[in-house]
Design a protein around this ligand. Structure first.
Ligand SMILES: [Mg+2]
Length: 120
């Protein structure tokens, strides 16, 4: 299963099957899932806490550490997908709409190579 040949629908089905097989639907309400996203995001951030910018490449080249980071990233994605399932949101449409809004908010010609708003 790789990004090249996997649809969001397939991922949604995978997560839904996992949840249903354990009868965890009762725990998967929007409050719990949104909190779980934040908790897993914090676990992801822990791997970078106190790491200086110049040390990031070294951290990411450490096989064990990278595997743990990927694991936490997948945890975040699992909960995002689970919340998508619970809310009945079309994630692809929502993401495309957000990118469209961000493109208007941050026009490429004004934000080329910078994340802050230039002085008018
Ligand atoms: Mg985790």
């Amino acid at each position: 299963m790789t990004d090249d040949c996997t649809t969001v629908a397939k991922l949604r089905g995978l997560v839904a099957e996992f949840v249903a097989a354990r009868q965890w639907e009762c725990y998967h309400d929007p409050k719990n899932l949104s909190m779980s996203i934040a908790i897993e995001a914090a676990e992801l951030m822990e791997h970078f806490q106190w790491v200086r910018s110049e040390e990031l490449d070294q951290v990411l080249q450490d096989g064990d550490r990278r595997a743990q980071i990927v694991d936490e990233l997948a945890d975040v994605a699992c909960y995002v997908i689970a919340l998508t399932n619970v809310l009945g949101v079309d994630l692809s449409s929502a993401l495309a709409e957000k990118v469209r809004k961000n493109a208007l908010k941050y026009p490429a010609e004004k934000f080329q190579g910078r994340y802050f708003k230039p002085a008018d």
